[in-house]
Design a protein around this ligand. Structure first.
Ligand code: NAP
Length: 270
């Protein structure tokens, strides 16, 4: 497993397992299976309704806790300073272990409370209750606002990113600010699996379209969190070691940009 350095001195595994839509009844075994295959980063959220299973999967595995990196997120109905502290306590109880990274799930600009929420995350970090703090689905103006008003830069912004939504502008802003980009829905619901450059690179290198796309994320410099509940899918997504995309491959995949979201628009959602 390789790591990216965070701007607070901690580090995050570059590739992890996502838990959105993983049913609670199979979450513990999905997590335990991923950990046994070599995953060390687990992406959870209060919204996913499976934090108990996440914690249980960690306890079932024989990987020491200090080798793991657990993320969870504050959901949209818990914005505000005190409410966020309460939401954190509830996540902690469900997980049974403190997360390594706590994110604001969406900025919800219409609620106009994300700066207060960010102040609560800063407090949690100052109290040593969580090691790293970051955001998700923040646009440039949301980032500027929290940094400008608190002086604290998030370590990471987890955003929708796949070949049909490549986020070049936001990635450049992250690079300038020292924020890690983490890609959600990295496989883009399979919409690019049959696209010519992906298909051709997969055929030439003897890898699957999913592996080509995940390697593309890593070569962009992103952290990436594909979800698979199948052990074979989990193993496939981790087996990228000998795959290397050329500059021409990267340029060919860049042409797939379509500005196409699979999820909501952060400027208006929540
Ligand atoms: N911050 C946010 O707002 C936000 C939003 C969405 C997602 N996320 C995070 O990002 C994670 C990943 O996103 P996602 O779950 O939407 O989608 P994804 O990881 O891009 O794709 C998951 C889907 O692809 C299939 N799949 C996985 N590996 C495959 C492979 N090698 N070949 C073919 N199909 C494969 C999975 O099915 P099988 O299980 O059958 O393999 C599943 O249907 C989430 O789980 C969550 O942790 C965050």
């Amino acid at each position: 497993m390789t790591y990216l350095k965070l701007n607070d001195g901690n580090r995050i595994p570059r590739l992890g397992i996502g838990l959105w839509e993983v049913p609670p009844a199979i979450t513990a075994r999905t997590v335990a299976s991923a950990l046994s295959l070599g995953y060390r980063l687990i992406d959870g959220a209060a919204l996913y309704g499976n934090e108990e299973g996440l914690g249980e999967g960690i306890r079932q595995s024989d990987v020491p806790r200090d080798q793991l990196f657990v993320t969870t997120k504050i959901w949209n109905d818990r914005h505000g300073f005190d409410e966020t502290l309460r939401a954190y306590d509830e996540s902690l109880t469900r997980l049974g272990t403190p997360p390594d990274l706590l994110l604001i799930h969406w900025p919800c600009p219409a609620q106009a409370r994300y700066v207060e929420t960010w102040r609560a995350l800063i407090r949690l970090r100052e109290e040593g209750r969580v090691r790293s703090i970051g955001v998700s689905n923040f646009n440039a103006d949301h980032l500027e606002r929290i940094i400008g008003e608190t002086g604290v830069t998030p370590v990471l912004n987890q955003i929708e990113l796949h070949p049909r939504l490549q986020q070049a502008e936001l990635r450049a802003i992250h690079d300038r600010l020292g924020i890690v980009t983490q890609s959600w829905t990295p496989l883009g619901q399979g919409r690019s699996f049959e696209a010519e450059p992906i298909r051709a690179i997969a055929a030439r290198t003897g890898h699957s379209p999913a592996q080509v796309i995940l390697r593309w994320h890593l070569q962009l410099g992103c952290s990436v969190i594909p979800r698979s509940t199948r052990p074979e899918g989990q193993a496939e997504n981790l087996a990228l070691g000998d795959l290397e995309l050329t500059e021409d491959d990267m340029a060919a995949i860049a042409t797939l940009e379509a500005g196409e979201r699979t999820g909501p628009d952060p400027a208006t959602f929540g």
